[in-house]
Design a protein around this ligand. Sequence first.
Ligand SMILES: NC(=O)C1=CN([C@@H]2O[C@H](COP(=O)(O)OP(=O)(O)OC[C@H]3O[C@@H](n4cnc5c(N)ncnc54)[C@H](OP(=O)(O)O)[C@@H]3O)[C@@H](O)[C@H]2O)C=CC1
Ligand SMILES: Nc1nc(=O)c2c([nH]1)NC[C@@H]1CN(c3ccc(C(=O)N[C@@H](CCC(=O)O)C(=O)O)cc3)C=[N+]21
Length: 292
Amino acid sequence: MVETQDRSQTQPARLMDGTALAGRITRETSAAAADVLRRTGVAPCLATVLVGEDPASVTYLRMKQARCAKAGIESRHVSLPASTSTAELVATITGLSQDPAVHGILLQHPVGPHIDERAAFEAIAPEKDVDGVTMHSFAAMGFGLPGFASCTPGGIMRLLDAYEVDLTGKHAVVVGRSAILGRPVGMLLLGRDATVTYCHSRTVDLPSVVRQADVLVAAVGRPRFIRGEDVKPGAVVIDAGYNPGNVGDVDFESARHRASLITPVPGGVGPMTIAVLLEQTVQAAARQLGLT
Ligand SMILES: NC(=O)C1=CN([C@@H]2O[C@H](COP(=O)(O)OP(=O)(O)OC[C@H]3O[C@@H](n4cnc5c(N)ncnc54)[C@H](OP(=O)(O)O)[C@@H]3O)[C@@H](O)[C@H]2O)C=CC1
Ligand SMILES: Nc1nc(=O)c2c([nH]1)NC[C@@H]1CN(c3ccc(C(=O)N[C@@H](CCC(=O)O)C(=O)O)cc3)C=[N+]21
């Protein structure tokens, strides 16, 4: 068990190696994908949908497709112009939901401000929601019922478990409350008996809340937003941020001298997100093809 207590501030934190853990998970996923193909003659297939040409989104999607290919998962990509309307996007996703050759659907977030992203997410059939973004998946996650986890929160929980972080009774502070990251990770931590506090743009004196965190999840989208001086000595620090230039939401250099465990960026949460996405895609395919 990792104790989140006071410890020397000079000894740097242990790194939580997301690349290594994601590699282990993906090796198992590849074997499961091969098994699906062998037993049904059909390879698992993930459909990815991108609206517009945001360069960061294009890069993330390429990464996801490359990882799919390596794991024996087919990917089908749909690229839509930035001018796409909500109705057009919903129609595209509904088509994929009804296509028996597609087992999982990922709509890259964020879509443009003129699109109702929630409506688009809800067009994903629950059994194909391998990215865990629908109301159905969110509610299942909240109630602790079986279903697909939101990928980044799911990946964060896998990391915490791999490093045997005991969450019971710990004060977990989540900075950020977005639908695909902050909110669901708080729910998953609550489900593991942590005492959870959310911080967001309206939080008064955010550093004073952050300083209380035994487990800190940074999901803000602002480079080096969390300063080392606000990290409680011995805290477990999860940096979910992924800003341009491969910079996290935590000031890593100062935080690692106070934390007991910390995720690097890159090499921490990012690879775990993709590992969970691939794992859930193969699970979805197995179920839709009648294997489980
Ligand atoms: N590694 C991975 O797999 C993934 C990484 N990310 C990364 O995680 C980060 C967050 O992403 P996402 O959740 O999609 O971002 P969003 O922009 O959707 O949400 C950001 C959240 O941070 C809060 N916030 C913003 N500014 C401040 C501030 N100054 N003080 C306090 N709170 C603030 C917002 O508060 P409010 O709600 O009040 O506006 C909001 O809840 C990004 O760096 C993104 O790249 C995201 C998804 C996956
Ligand atoms: N519906 C939806 N689901 C998402 O999961 C989703 C999304 N929208 N929109 C954008 C964010 C961003 N995101 C990342 C995934 C992997 C890495 C990742 O693997 N990063 C590597 C670095 C890889 C490299 O840069 O070479 C790392 O951190 O080590 C990063 C970011 C998923 N997102």
